[in-house]
Design a protein around this ligand. Structure first.
Ligand code: DX5
Ligand code: ZN
Length: 215
């Protein structure tokens, strides 16, 4: 089982992103997690294509773009052009999820579905075979630094069972409130990728924190 860490740039220093990205380039981080928020699907507004385009120029790891926006299909091609290697869309924002995932995969990049904390894993039964990644939100999306929702352990195990049963190579990603008090248990439940914003960027030694989260 893979143990990957995807630091979320939402908690990075926006006045000096280059410094933080260089740190991540030299760290054991596996993906860079980029949170795109539109102020409609979630209460907050973050950043979009112009920022991601510049991050791509210096990042040496895959860009994992988490779209917290309504009608995300309008922008798949744009985000791919800006350097997205993985695009994840919310189940709650896609009326035609099969169409959305197919459109992302047709661009030659990885496609994933995100579930809000209240959305059961069972809704994925007939779409799991198309998912390169399933991201379980362990907080309500919109902000960094929130408290981890404990019910995520149960959902992670249920999702792992569904993946094993259907035999796809789907990765399980967890996002929100991840820190060293829950990382080990999440990996034990079947998670492959942990997103961490606050835990990494508020640490005295972010590179060491990334290593500690993998232990
Ligand atoms: C929340 C975002 C997360 C967030 C995680 O809406 O999707 O990626 O940045 O931040 P932490 O790790 O601080 O909860
Ligand atoms: Zn995210």
């Amino acid at each position: 089982m893979s143990k990957m860490i995807a630091p979320s740039l939402l908690s990075a220093n926006f006045l000096n992103l280059e410094k933080d990205i260089e740190m991540l380039n030299n760290s054991q981080a596996d993906w860079l997690h980029l949170d795109v928020m539109d102020g409609v699907f979630v209460p907050n507004i973050s950043f979009g294509q112009p920022v991601i385009k510049h991050i791509k120029k210096i990042a040496n790891k895959p860009l994992d773009v988490h779209l917290m926006i309504v009608n995300p299909d309008r922008y798949f091609e744009d985000f791919k052009k800006c350097g997205a290697d993985i695009i994840t869309v919310h189940y709650e924002a896609c009326t035609h999820l099969h169409r959305s995932l197919t459109a992302i995969k047709n661009l030659g990049i990885k496609a994933g579905v995100v579930l809000n904390p209240h959305t059961p894993v069972s809704v994925l039964e007939d779409i799991i075979y198309l998912c390169d990644v399933v991201l379980l939100m362990s907080v309500n999306p919109g902000f960094g630094g929130q408290k981890f929702i404990e019910n995520t352990y149960k959902k992670t195990k249920q999702l792992k069972e569904m993946i094993v049963r259907n035999n796809p190579s789907t990765l399980i990603e967890i996002d929100g409130g991840v820190n060293t008090t829950n990382s080990k248990q999440l990996f034990d439940c079947g998670a492959d990728v942990l997103v961490a914003g606050n835990a990494v960027f508020s640490a005295d030694n972010p590179m060491k924190m990334i290593m500690d989260l993998k232990k």
